[in-house]
Write a protein that binds this ligand. Structure first.
Ligand code: HEM
Length: 461
């Protein structure tokens, strides 16, 4: 038996190359899902499929902490079974379907126009902008408006959610030595309960306001809460018996799912574009041909931006937003390549390591080279195990369509409307690309740039 050190994906990848397999306590931790094993998983026949697809995907790591958050009614924490199936169906059909995503198109346009306008002001005075903060607040505003109709964060919701995500992503001793759970030695349980109380207070208040407003709205939906309230009203809550607690839990899922994921993905693409001026030039040329310099990008343009799509894939290959996906749990005993993996093992799929494996991506795996996707049919769907930015199988991301569209849209708009330069004459080679490890993998430091307006027209909405 080998006790793993603090998980670190870089180290995981290194150890993986050496073929290590970590076991800790009675949990089989494949945190550093070794590359040999993963290559086998990717190339091998049925067993690889069984591991990634057939295993029930449950956030075991969260078992202790998730109980403190929203009474464990969240989709992301739900164990595979009827409850998870019902809540997932509700989210995919009632909230995240193409028609629902389409409903919020005017809102997204309005927010993007504001975003462009504020950057234009900085461009006029040749000021440096904090690209990371700008993108984060754009995504935050869009998410708040879609989920509960406001964009006013009086409850400091962002910091609450970030705390919840960081606690669930932290190295929790009790996951490895289960009898320590009762003692809460690292204080995660207490901190999670405190975060839960603040979140709960906010969500209760916002649902009350929506219930009041619903009387005047006569069935018109403004946001996700209205949709869910109207399902309760019409007694159309499927098998779920939807109630207030579910609404609160789903709102937390949607907020946590949408906020840091899209902004992290966007920031990495911009960083890679600043580091690779050749690629930036090609992205802007494509936009110039498809959109032209006399207007901003519209959602309908996205389908024609093939090169941008490859650039995003390439960035997600090197910088997956969720480097170990969400921890999964095996539902049956299985032996792969001589490794016995017992039922109820925690399975971490190291997409970070897979994305940088030269055996999978050739010797230029570390290079940012979007053209590697030309002529391939590798997409976000999780069918090709070399590339799993949204996961795979039954537990793959239900917000994939919305998330990937927002990432494309914001990036296209930003680099179409502005040329971006690194501040203080910094060379692209000097731009640091350090990651901050957690459940998600954002940049360790904010990204700064000097914008110059590119379009021939000056217009807003
Ligand atoms: C660029 C944006 C996004 C990325 C890269 C991303 C990535 C992921 C990944 C990797 C997983 C885990 C899949 C697995 O373990 O197999 C996941 C799960 C999930 N995502 Fe996303 N996501 C994004 C956007 C969104 C959005 C916009 C929402 C909702 C509004 C969302 C909601 C969720 C939920 C609820 C789950 C848990 C699903 C379940 O357990 O059944 N995500 N996402």
């Amino acid at each position: 038996m080998m006790v793993s050190k603090k998980p670190c994906i870089h180290e995981g990848a290194r150890l993986a190359g050496e073929g290590y397999y970590h076991l800790a306590g009675y949990l089989s931790l494949i945190g550093a899902l070794d590359l040999q094993l993963s290559s086998h998983l990717l190339n091998g026949p049925s067993q690889s499929l069984r591991l990634t697809i057939q295993f029930s995907l449950v956030g075991l790591k969260y078992k202790q902490l998730s109980a403190c958050l929203m009474d464990r009614k969240n989709l992301v924490f739900a164990e595979y079974g009827p409850y998870w199936r019902n809540i997932r169906k509700l989210c995919t059909i009632e909230l995240l379907s193409s028609s629902k995503v389409e409903l919020f198109r005017p809102m997204r346009r309005e927010e993007l126009v504001n975003f462009v306008e504020t950057i234009k002001i900085a461009a006029k005075s040749r000021s440096v902008i904090d690209v990371s903060s700008k993108v984060e607040s754009l995504i935050e505003d869009m998410s708040y408006r879609m989920i509960f109709g406001l964009k006013d964060d009086k409850f400091n919701l962002r910091s609450c959610l970030q705390q919840a995500v960081s606690i669930t992503g932290a190295f929790n001793l009790a996951d490895f030595i289960p009898y320590l759970r009762a003692f809460d030695l690292q204080g995660f349980g207490r901190r999670m309960k405190a975060v839960n109380m603040v979140l709960d207070g906010f969500l209760e208040k916002i649902i009350d306001e929506h219930v009041q407003d619903a009387k005047e709205l006569h069935g018109t939906h403004r946001d996700f809460i209205d949709v869910m309230l109207s399902l309760i009203e019409s007694n159309n809550t499927r098998e779920l018996h939807l109630g207030r607690d579910h609404i609160k839990a789903i709102m937390v899922d949607m907020l946590a799912g949408t906020m840091d994921t899209s902004s992290t993905a966007i920031e990495w693409v911009i960083a890679e574009l600043l580091k690779n001026p050749r690629v930036m030039k090609l992205v802007q040329e494509e936009l110039q041909i498809v959109v032209g310099l006399d207007r901003i990008v519209e959602e309908a343009d996205l389908i024609k931006l093939d090169y941008l799509k490859m650039v995003i894939k390439e960035s997600m290959r090197l910088h997956p937003v969720a480097p170990l996906l969400v921890p999964h749990e095996s539902i049956e005993d299985i032996t792969i390549k001589g490794y016995f993996i017992p039922k109820s093992s925690r399975v971490l799929i190291n997409t970070w390591a897979i994305g940088r494996d030269p055996n999978v991506w050739s010797s230029n795996a570390e290079e940012f080279f979007p053209e590697r996707f030309i002529g391939t049919n590798i997409d976000f769907q999780g069918r090709d195990f070399r590339f799993l930015p949204f996961g795979s199988g039954r537990r793959k991301c239900p917000g994939m369509q919305l998330g990937s569209m927002v990432v494309e849209l914001v990036l296209a708009q930003l680099v179409h409307c502005f040329n971006l330069e690194l501040p203080g004459g910094m060379s692209p080679n000097d731009l640091e690309m350090t990651e901050k490890f957690g459940l998600t993998l954002p940049r360790a430091n904010h990204l700064f740039a000097v914008p110059t307006y590119r379009l021939r027209v000056n217009f807003g909405a």
